[in-house]
Design a protein around this ligand. Sequence first.
Ligand SMILES: Nc1nc2c(c(=O)[nH]1)N[C@H]1C(S)=C(S)[C@@H](COP(=O)(O)OP(=O)(O)OC[C@H]3O[C@@H](n4cnc5c(=O)[nH]c(N)nc54)[C@H](O)[C@@H]3O)O[C@H]1N2
Ligand SMILES: Nc1nc2c(c(=O)[nH]1)N[C@H]1C(S)=C(S)[C@@H](COP(=O)(O)OP(=O)(O)OC[C@H]3O[C@@H](n4cnc5c(=O)[nH]c(N)nc54)[C@H](O)[C@@H]3O)O[C@H]1N2
Ligand SMILES: [Mo]
Length: 750
Amino acid sequence: MANTWGYGAMTNSLGDIQNSKAIIIFGANPAVNHPVGFQHFLKAKERNNSQLIVIDPRFTKTAAKADFYARIRPGTDVPFMYGMLNIIFKNGWEDKKYIDDRVYGMDEIKKEAAKWTPEKVADVTGVSAEQLMQITKVYAKSTPGTLIWAMGLTQHSVGTSNTRLAPILQLSLGNMGVEGGGTNILRGHDNVQGATDMGCLADTLPGYYGLSSGSWKYFAKSWGVDYEWLAGRFKSKDWMSKKGFSLARWYAGVLGGKPGEDKIHNAGTNLKALFVMGNGITSIAQQAKVKEALDNLELIVLADPFVNEAAILTDKKDDIFLLPAATQFETSGTVVATNRTAQWRYQVVEPMYESKPDQDIMFEFAKRLGFYKEYTKAMLMRDNKTEFKWPEDATNEIARIIKTIGLTGWTADRLKKHTDNWHMFDEVSLRGSGPMKDEYYGLPWPCWTETHGGSTVLYDINRSVKEGGMGFRNRFGMEHNGTDLLAGKSSAPKGSSNPNGYPEINAKNIEAVLGITLTADEKAKIGKNWKVDTSNIIAEKCMKAGIAPYGNARARAIVWTFPDQIPMHREPLHSPRTDLVKKYPSFEKDKENHFRVDTKYGTLQSSKDWAKEFPINLVTARLVNLNGAGMENRASKYLAALTPEMFCDIHPDLANNHGIRNGGMMTIHSPEGTHITVKAKFSFSVSPDRIFIPFHFAGVFQGRDLKSHYPDGTAPYATGESANTVTNYGYDIITQIPETKGGLCRIEKA
Ligand SMILES: Nc1nc2c(c(=O)[nH]1)N[C@H]1C(S)=C(S)[C@@H](COP(=O)(O)OP(=O)(O)OC[C@H]3O[C@@H](n4cnc5c(=O)[nH]c(N)nc54)[C@H](O)[C@@H]3O)O[C@H]1N2
Ligand SMILES: Nc1nc2c(c(=O)[nH]1)N[C@H]1C(S)=C(S)[C@@H](COP(=O)(O)OP(=O)(O)OC[C@H]3O[C@@H](n4cnc5c(=O)[nH]c(N)nc54)[C@H](O)[C@@H]3O)O[C@H]1N2
Ligand SMILES: [Mo]
């Protein structure tokens, strides 16, 4: 991936957006979903005359603030970006030196881009050739430009291609690794960045360490537990290296083997119990399947400060437990923001009533399941303690172990100081003054050592490594197809002892690359490579030499292990353009054992002329007053009052064709055979070929009011049909994120 950290963290920061001369937003609506962060965008406009460009199938509140708005057809961002690249290369607007020195594989991109003429892009995306040319010119000429994305780009069967092509577009213009540039991905929940950093994923260990036995052994050692004991927690050792079910398709684990269901690969057993900590469940695509899975479980445990509406959706009567979890205000510890910064949070109040903070719920489970000692031991190891102090010792454990993203510097003491000295940091550069001199706010990772100040702009070679500079990571070997993958001459971070490209640092090459000699004592203590070196010798020596421990390589535009080595346009599984499905079909073969479940692509896409029966594009997204599954806010009288009922934004022309009136009821049918009936709301934000529904409602299922399922006094002020009852089948080929931003439906007057 061009983003060498692999996952979607911001390369720069919200404040840094104020340095941008142009801001292009693909599939994000920050005016609604990141309203505080959006103020930086508005300041960029006011102070810097930054050009704001919005690419969205709907005219959003963000679009209302834009200089240029393109109404793109859902699922066609790859053609749009190739169209931009076509125009960039044709006019020679690319940054040739940057590409030569720091990028691998741009030639292949150029070849594909040549096919996407503005006229062809117009046909596929619905954005006119003139508008594409105008937007491209403004964006290419106003550097540095920053590229923003969020869920409009990821929630597609080609989500990964989208999120690869966006940084490639930035690389073509030399916009990566500069202030005011970068790919600034607006992440979702408070601490979602921290959650993924800590391994709340189905395919990694904490810190994005893979599932190899080497990684498991590193963690066994770092946690102070026996590797064989860890292996013994699995059915057999080979299951340690296998991906788990993902949240998106956990239900398949329950339903697998039933007629018509996708086949599962779970050691011959179905899932029998569900433990949920901080997800709404009604937010997951394909609610009819989710409901069926819930109904078929033996045990459901929901740890949540609110009544989790999974308990309401199911008709299961016994063995459902609601554990009252405390909120973030009733506990303390660190969270990680969208730009890789940590924030220490102090407890505001004691846990109320019988509620417990999440960590205490997990400790209680570990005690009863018999592994409390092993579970908590790592917190004692740094200072050889007999009792741990929460959360300080957990934070210090993370700092001790997680090297891959550079968390060594994140000690509890340092992070507390940052919160205490909040007022000492600049909001644009994040630089500290006074007691916080030489540190960036929140020590954005990588924060290589206990004295390093963090890295606020990733891949910036105009700064020294000490000031947060670095090249791209050397992650994919030294060469590919005979081409050197290390960065070109003189493109190393400022002040490096080695001015050129260099490999990632390990015990064997450290002396040669850094030009140093290790003492015998250092040689005895040093870890095998920078990722497992808990002695910190590699990082400390690198800092002295101005070298980034992870190497200095080229960003790659080609991923030779992916089904599409460069991003390719493929129509959504359910596309309104049957003619284009033939030209740009989804993956021919279904994917076997994709996070333990077989997943359909081309076979489903071509099994029917979906557009004939379901001609309308279905767009799902968010509202400012509601969050996620929505229970937290629908339980608030005042927030609920803003949208008391589930609704659908529909263009008056489309509504009129179906005899639907403003404020009247309409039914939305999905290709899955499911349906919801909701209130029609006339809106020009959508064109007549698509409708929009928010996904924050629950408590009604295909016309059935589930009010009686809420425990007495807990029903929220607003309930309604879940959008996810009608979202379509479709999952990304790499990450398995659902295609909730590209699907079809049929509508009728109710
Ligand atoms: N008020 C509020 N704020 C939130 C949340 C919330 O629920 N409520 N949720 C938080 C979370 S978890 C997240 S992940 C973020 C998400 O933040 P966003 O990604 O901004 O959220 P959405 O509104 O779902 O989607 C953004 C836009 O993508 C557009 N879109 C749909 N399909 C396409 C497409 O094919 N191409 C393009 N270019 N655009 C498309 C939609 O019309 C929508 O305007 O918000 C966070 N903030
Ligand atoms: N159709 C469609 N579906 C979508 C999306 C879309 O754009 N379209 N977006 C997807 C995305 S990006 C996301 S992130 C999901 C969001 O969906 P969810 O993650 O389901 O959203 P939330 O409502 O934030 O759910 C969090 C749950 O955690 C509980 N909670 C809050 N604080 C705590 C705490 O401290 N401890 C515990 N244990 N629980 C707590 C809340 O009460 C709530 O029940 O929805 C996804 N689903
Ligand atoms: Mo999210």
